[in-house]
Structure formats: C-alpha cells, structure tokens
Design a protein around this ligand. Structure first.
Ligand SMILES: *Cc1c(COP(=O)(O)O)cnc(C)c1O
Length: 454
C-alpha cells in the first residue's frame, strides 16, 4: 500500500512538473526505513551522499569452510588435472542438468573449443548477439570464422530473434546467443530458427549460471553451453570455464581436444597409434577445481538472494520517470543477474547525459557503470580481416570491411550502449532490502534534482 501510494506520488508530481521542487518534508515515505536522513543537495554538487556504507565485497571467501579442500590439494602435490577436476565436472553437470561437463581454462576457450569441435572454422559465419562482452566475438574469430552481429532487443538486452534470419547466408553455420547480464535469451525461438536453417547452437552462458527458461538451466538448450568462472563472475575461481552438453561423442571430442588431442572415450583411434586429433591444452588445475567446489556451495543461495533483491529493486524504481528496468521473457523462471540493468531516458531527467547521471549516482554512494560499447565497430575486426590467415581463407569480397560494416549495423544496440544502459553489479544484489532502498532513493534524488545537476 505504501509503495503504491509512493509510486502514485512520483508520477503525479512529475506530471505536474513540480518534481524538482518537492522537499523532504512532504515526502517522508520515500525515505522510510533508511538509517540516513536523505539530504537534498546532490552529492555531485557537494551535498551529503545518500549512502556511505560500503557494498558487499567480491569474491566471497570463508576460510573456515572454503580452505580445507584447497590446502589438501596443495599439500598433495597433485596439482595438474585429476580427481578434483573430475569431481567439479560431475557437480557442474548435475547443477546444470546435462549429461556431461568439461572444465577448461576459461570461458573464452570453452567457446572456441565448442565451435571448433562442432566443425566451425575458416569460411564460416556465426551469428552472435551484438550486446555482449568482447570474448564472444574474438572466440569466433579465433576459430577462423566471421562473427555476424544481430541487433539487440533493448527491453531485454538480449539478441533480437526477429533480426536473426535476415543475417543468414549460405556461409552461416551457427548461432551463438549470449545470456547477457545473466538474463536468459529467448532460446525456444532461437532453437526453432536453428532447426529450420540447419544451424548449430552454442550458448554463451558465461554470465548465466543457474538461470532458467521453463525451469531448464541455460547452457543446456544448445548443442553446447559455455560457462566462465573468472574472478568477477557469479561462480568465481579466478580463471576457469566449462563446456556442457548431453552429446557424449561431442564431449569426448572436446575432452580429447583440451588434452593435446590424446585419445579419450569414443575418441580411441588405432591402438598404439598415439594422438588422435590436433588438439590443444585447456586443462583446469586441481586447486582451481577445489576453489570451484567451495564456491559452488553458495551459488544456489546467492542466486536466490540476487533474484529476490533484483525483483524488489525493480519494483522500487520502475515508476521513476525515465528509468526502465530490464524485462525478462515470459518463459524465464529464474535469472542469474550477473548485472542488474535498467535503461535511462535523459528526456525525463531534464536532458542530463547518461554519463552525468552515472557520475551523480556514483557520488550518492551507488557504484554503477554504463556497460558495453558496440563490438561491431571496433578495430579488431579490420585487423582480423587484413590478417594473412583470413586472406588465405576467404574470397576478397567477404573481407571487404565496408560491406561488412554495412551488413552489421545494429542501431538498437548503438542506442542501448551509448544513451540508455546502466548497470549495477551482482555483488550489490547480495546486500539487504534496505540497501536496495538506498539505490532507489539515490535515483529518485537525482531525478528530483535533475535540473540542478545536468
Ligand atoms: C566472461 C565472459 C566470457 C569469457 O569468459 P573468460 O572466462 O573471461 O574467458 C565470454 N562471454 C561472456 C558473455 C562473458 O561475460
């Protein structure tokens, strides 16, 4: 009831155009539950910040529970891949609900290995999300294939499935959707398109640990799912990654590939003939797996907390004019919330630029970021196209960077990156409800004072 009237209050007063002059005395409910009395002078203009309390640190490490296994491994002297890595793989497959998991050195190489073992390489095109981390695009290039960018659905921040089919050519071999920010991409629709055009699907679930569509974990929908356990990720090992799949033969190939190409499972070759494929070396170390097993213990509870706090924070900010929180597809039963994203519309903030808004929010004690820059416009693409390797693999017209750029325009993604996207980090969502209130209060304060700040 109180929240309802608060929203109505914000709407009503903003519509009346008096939002910027309303003082604290008539809006006590806005700050109910806060230990701080919110001072009206914006912190960026020298006022007191809404919050000075620190946010939860990352990664979480509890010596009492987490160190026993790691120390055992260190003292055993068995540091290269053996039983602990195998145990971690078993646990990860069980967690995601796939038959198999293979631990590797990082998420980038999980993507490269998956693509290579699905037969993708020079001469091929792979359709990827445009709103993603650089690793997605460079993984495709590392196989020799060309990444083709599909535009973004700004409401969900995910690949716009309506923009995939127009990118398909005779060279297209795969779709590589990303569950970016830990919010699931629309996998049922992506699988439909892939089946229709006979394409393989590799999921970049490097931000998607435990996220679900219809109670099925992301990473388990495609031909392969790839995860990252880098330090900032929701399951942090420092460095690490995993490939998951139900396809035993594919997973045997990946195992062999990650171990120099030596025989494994169905990859037996002739007895005594030696190494069966041209592989590489991507093995996780035993002490990394021991850290991973410790972190896995808290992933479920942390994910539940992130989901609760994200839903609460979303409800607290969604009626602030000019603030549009993320939207989940209807089939999403859980998100991972590697980040909490919302869109910012400067028109409702007296024209204040996104950059100025971010600075004002940080000044109020709320760390935030403007997120990704468009990946389809960076110099690495031209460099790859000009490389000797690519020039040997492709006809000249496929490497014409002007044609390529024209074909890879993503105007929605440009708008999202430059003017709209604002992120809060996953570790902030591990704080309490009162801390979420601080975030909402700081945004409201900036909105009320937009005229002064801009
Ligand atoms: C982190 C990340 C990767 C790469 O993972 P690393 O372990 O850092 O190599 C790939 N894709 C996305 C979307 C990521 O966030």
């Amino acid at each position: 009831m109180e929240q309802y009237s608060r929203r109505k209050f914000i709407k009503k007063n903003t519509q009346a155009g008096i939002g910027t002059v309303v003082g604290m005395s008539v809006t006590p409910s806005l700050f109910a539950g806060s230990t701080l009395r919110a001072p009206e002078k914006p912190a960026i203009l020298g006022g007191d910040p809404v919050r000075t309390k620190p946010w939860p640190g990352w990664p979480v490490w509890k010596p009492e529970t987490d160190e026993k296994r790691v120390i055992e491994v260190l003292r055993s002297g068995i540091w290269s891949r053996k039983d602990v890595v195998s145990e971690f793989e078993k646990e990860w497959a069980k967690t995601i609900g796939t038959r198999r998991a293979l631990a590797v050195v990082n998420g980038t190489n999980a993507l490269i290995a998956s693509l290579v073992q699905l037969g993708i390489g020079g001469g091929d095109e792979v359709i990827i999300s445009s709103y993603t981390f650089i690793a997605t695009a460079v993984a495709v290039l590392a196989t020799g294939a060309i990444p083709v960018f599909a535009d973004t659905d700004r409401e969900t921040f995910q690949i716009d499935t309506e923009k995939i089919e127009e990118k398909i050519t005779p060279h297209t071999r795969a779709i590589l959707p990303v569950h970016i920010l830990g919010l699931p991409a629309n996998m049922p629709r992506i699988l439909e398109i892939a089946r229709k055009h006979n394409l393989v699907v590799v999921e970049d679930a490097c931000q998607g640990w435990l996220a679900e569509i219809n109670h099925k974990k992301v990473g388990s929908f495609g031909d392969a799912g790839c995860f990252s356990f880098q330090n900032s990720k929701n399951l942090p090992i420092g460095e690490g990654g995993a490939i998951v799949s139900d396809d035993d033969e594919f997973m045997d190939r990946c195992y062999s590939y990650h171990n120099y190409g030596n025989p494994y499972g169905s990859m037996v070759g002739e007895v005594g003939a030696g190494t069966v494929i041209a592989g590489t070396k991507l093995r996780m170390a035993e002490y990394q797996a021991a850290i991973g097993l410790a972190q896995l213990q808290r992933l479920e509870e942390q994910t539940a907390t992130r989901n609760e706090n994200a839903a609460y924070l979303r409800s607290q900010i969604r009626d602030i004019p000019g603030i549009i929180p993320y939207k989940l597809y209807d089939n999403v039963t859980r998100a991972a919330f590697h980040l909490f994203p919302f869109r910012y519309h400067k028109a409702e903030f007296q024209g204040m630029s996104k950059q100025r808004f971010l600075e004002a929010l940080i000044a109020e004690g709320i760390p935030c970021s403007g997120g990704y820059s468009p990946l389809n416009k960076m110099p690495y693409l031209k460099q790859a196209f000009q490389s000797r390797n690519f020039r040997k693999m492709y006809p000249e017209e496929m490497l014409d960077i002007h044609n390529y750029n024209a074909r890879n325009q993503c105007p929605e993604n440009d708008l999202l990156c430059k003017d709209e996207a604002v992120w809060l980090s996953q570790s902030m969502l591990l704080a309490g409800k009162k801390d979420m209130d601080d975030i909402a209060m700081a945004i409201e304060k900036i909105h009320r004072n937009a005229g002064k700040i801009k």
